[in-house]
Design a protein around this ligand. Structure first.
Ligand SMILES: Cc1cc2nc3c(=O)[nH]c(=O)nc-3n(C[C@H](O)[C@H](O)[C@H](O)COP(=O)(O)OP(=O)(O)OC[C@H]3O[C@@H](n4cnc5c(N)ncnc54)[C@H](O)[C@@H]3O)c2cc1C
Length: 370
């Protein structure tokens, strides 16, 4: 790797301090001068935002400084506003222009409610406001989206806020990716918590959900605008096109990880947006850059799914065993055992990041990390 700057170690900029970006930055820290660009000073456990919304936890974030190696990583507390891939420079909203030898693009995704009244919907990103609003109950709340996030929201709200009438709306079947018996369990728990389930109708606009409050848990949109403006091609889902090593298909100095990447692997096929895929991708981009530093080429990304974990409130859950391509096996766990497994999985994400801050070499030892 020829370096852009005169220092002895190459300069790697990581955009976004979420699961993917933080994993990449920590693994790279002993090998490169890492600039981690994110306006926030806290790491948000996005996978717990439904718990924040329901009032189960008052806070789901941690000081970013607690994860960063004291010397290895410079946190640049700013928003990236533009990328010049030809000049290898990132511009930030505080007026800086930061050069890089390698870039890791890990800006994640956001929920984008649809329709004219989109602005009236709550989302995971506004979980703290939703939590305050729910203290003013009783009333009715409609959760739109029958995927994993919608299921977790509906179950958590129904359990923690029994004074609210909760409904769950899905264009297709709720939890359609589970095995039939596992899906029956999920529907049974939701109904036992009083959740009204409506399948087969597409909600076009929060205004048509017929509830006092609407939580939009469908239509995740990748934060790929900066990449598109820089000329990086996107796929039909709006994510950044990458090759098998997670590099942009047109700018090999730019790696992409997490929800913003249109990544796939031989075993899994096209990857879905998930913390479970974001951290391995972040780890992999770091491994490939380190491999490049050693004069070898970037490495092919290898990933296969093991389980899907869903919390159904604090006392129940579902652990669905899946094939490497994410299709469901017959085996699954339910009840308190599943709830405990899910909690351990969520805790382990922060645990891995804390461990990586002290021992970056340990990251590839974590199951699923390459
Ligand atoms: C309620 C909920 C529950 C979930 N549960 C699960 C689960 O159980 N299992 C699972 O696998 N996944 C789950 N997910 C999905 C998971 O949270 C995401 O897939 C994961 O957060 C993606 O990680 P990421 O690093 O790509 O992006 P993010 O975690 O979104 O991080 C992106 C980072 O980029 C920063 N950023 C954005 N724009 C800029 C900019 N211009 N400049 C600088 N920084 C910027 C943001 O501040 C953020 O820190 C859940 C999601 C939600 C909402």
């Amino acid at each position: 790797m020829t370096t852009h700057s005169s220092g002895d170690r190459p300069r790697v900029l990581v955009l976004g301090a979420g699961y993917a970006g933080l994993t990449a930055a920590l693994r790279l820290a002993p090998h490169a001068r890492v600039g981690l660009i994110d306006p926030g000073h806290r790491f948000t456990e996005r996978v717990r935002l439904h718990e924040l919304a329901a009032g189960v936890r008052p806070d789901v974030s941690h000081p970013l400084s607690g994860f960063l190696h004291p010397e290895g990583i410079e946190h640049i507390a700013a928003r990236a506003t533009a990328i010049d891939p030809a000049g290898r420079v990132v511009a930030t909203d505080d007026g800086r222009r930061l050069p890089y030898d390698r870039l890791v693009y890990a800006l994640g995704s956001r929920t984008a409610p649809a329709g004219e009244r989109a602005h009236t919907a709550h989302t995971a990103e506004t979980a703290a406001d939703l939590s305050k609003r729910l203290q003013d109950g009783p009333g009715s709340v409609a959760v739109v989206g029958g995927g994993l996030t919608g299921i977790e929201f509906a179950a958590e709200l129904a359990e923690a806020r029994p004074e609210w009438r909760v409904s769950l709306h899905s264009e297709g079947g709720v939890g359609s990716g589970f095995s039939p018996r596992a899906r029956d369990h999920v529907l049974g728990v939701l109904r036992a918590r009083g959740v009204r389930i409506e399948e087969g109708r597409r909600i076009e606009d929060p205004g048509s959900a017929d509830a006092d409050e609407v939580v939009w848990a469908a239509s995740m949109v990748p934060n790929a605008e900066l990449a598109a403006a820089a000329g990086l091609p996107l796929d039909s889902s709006g994510r950044v096109r990458v090759d098998g090593t997670l590099r942009s298909t047109v700018y090999p100095e730019v790696y992409v990880a997490g929800d913003a990447a249109a990544a796939s692997s031989a075993r899994a096929g096209a990857l879905r947006m998930a913390c479970a895929t974001a951290m391995p991708m972040g780890s992999h981009t770091a491994a490939s850059i380190i491999s490049e530093l050693r004069g070898r080429g970037p490495r092919t990304f290898d990933y296969g799914y093991l389980i899907q974990c869903v919390s159904l409130g604090r006392r129940d859950g579902l652990v669905q065993f899946v094939r490497p391509d994410d299709s469901p096996r017959d085996r699954f766990l339910t009840g308190r055992l599943a709830a405990r497994v899910k909690e351990q999985v969520v805790r382990s994400t922060v645990g891995v990041l804390r461990t990586a801050a002290r021992r970056p070499w340990a990251v590839p030892l974590v199951p699923g990390m390459s």
